[in-house]
Write a new protein. Structure first.
Lengths: 224, 224
DNA sequence: ACCTGAACACCGTTCAAGT
DNA sequence: ACCTGAACACCGTTCAAGT
């Protein structure tokens, strides 16, 4: 006698756990995008009901934060242990962080409201503080600086990241560029004079310039 | 003979229009929060079906952008026409912008992905460009600077704004502060040394410092 | 062109009941 | 303690049919 079909269709049902939930969520995100990462969908993937997930995660926001922390394991923190120009090394870590988030702008967007608090995030913060210390930025100023730098890096990923709803975002971006083009020079002379230079241009160069602005500003601005 | 009840219960049904939709949406948001601003709910308020709204707005993202633009009418742009220290005046406009968004962090969050493109937004951009010009920042640099300044102001509102899901956000914030407190000094010495100073502190002071960092950085960093 | 009802294909979260 | 099915109270968007 064969076992019931349900016993043969899948491998033995894995035990539910926070780790299993987060890694399943990341898998679904990688394949189908963040929009498909819903409690019901993750539950389905784990062969259970959505209600069961609430034993391990408080809500969707917490799940997103846990996913992001997992992703942050890929950030290259080696520059914190290297030698050489601290500004370059700071920029290198931030660029790595931004690139990791760039493929998942939706996750970056949610991180602005709910920051992760896992090991990978803490390691990133520690690395940034280490480099700022090497640059002789006093600790109290460095603490605010990290916040500012991470905010900029995260927002940039959320804003310009590729993927998923980016198709929709592209349309809205064009609408903004169009609006700037149609502006009347009598009413908005500065916008009209800048033309396409206002909202377009190489994203990578803007990012590099943004880091430089922040680092120069941090060095030049003591905490009150 | 009295008219049918349905004819007496409400004032004569107003004609549908983009303006009516946006102002109804703002009304619902003010009273019940952004989470309640759904296509179905706005339609109900306007005595019609959700499908009818799609004649005037492409989707939810566009509705949010239109709402935000309307809100931006409250930003104080007078400093652009005043005299005195351009840095102070730039900060004044940005502070006003941030305060307008502060009550609606959810709208600020969505603005990062879909910027508004209406008159009030364009007026704000024009005002910022005007002040930067008065500060002798060259136009090309000013164009990138505006992007950076608005991004910072908007993100700050999205992150630290009050209201609605802020209750939930508060919990997650505490979780982050807790995580920083529990850190092992051997592994994360810089985080441990900073203690509560890392994630806490007066939001207003951090905001002012952030503006100063950006302005100093912009002045010090030419465009490549 | 504008408007509509109905349908499609979903959501997050809670809770009583089970093990 | 963990897990579940079912229920509650919703979503955005499309489309054929009407005016």
């Amino acid at each position: 006698m064969t076992p019931p079909a349900s016993r043969r269709e899948r491998p033995a049902k894995a035990a539910l756990s926070r780790t299993a939930i987060v890694s399943t969520a990341l898998e679904v995100m990688r394949v189908e995008g963040l929009a498909k990462v819903t409690m019901r969908r993750i539950a389905q993937e784990l062969d259970t009901g959505a209600a069961s997930l609430y034993v391990y995660v408080r809500n969707t926001a917490e799940l997103h934060a846990a996913m992001l922390d997992e992703l942050l394991g890929a950030v290259d923190l080696k520059p914190a242990k290297a030698r050489g120009d601290w500004r370059k090394r700071l920029e290198a870590v931030l660029t790595s962080y931004t690139m990791v988030l760039f493929d998942q702008p939706g996750l970056a967007q949610s991180a602005l409201v709910t920051w992760p608090n896992g090991d990978n995030f803490l390691n990133t913060v520690e690395a940034l503080l280490t480099i700022l210390d090497q640059g002789n930025v006093e600790p109290k100023r460095a603490s605010w600086a990290v916040d500012l730098l991470l905010q900029f890096a995260t927002t940039t990923a959320a804003e310009h990241g590729t993927r998923a709803q980016a198709i929709d975002g592209e349309e809205q971006w064009d609408a903004l560029v169009d609006a700037a083009r149609r502006v009347k020079p009598e009413i908005h002379p500065h916008i009209a004079a800048l033309g396409d230079d206002l909202w377009s241009g190489d994203g990578r160069q803007r990012l590099t310039w943004g880091y430089a602005v922040l680092i120069n500003g941090i060095v030049a601005t003591p905490r009150p």
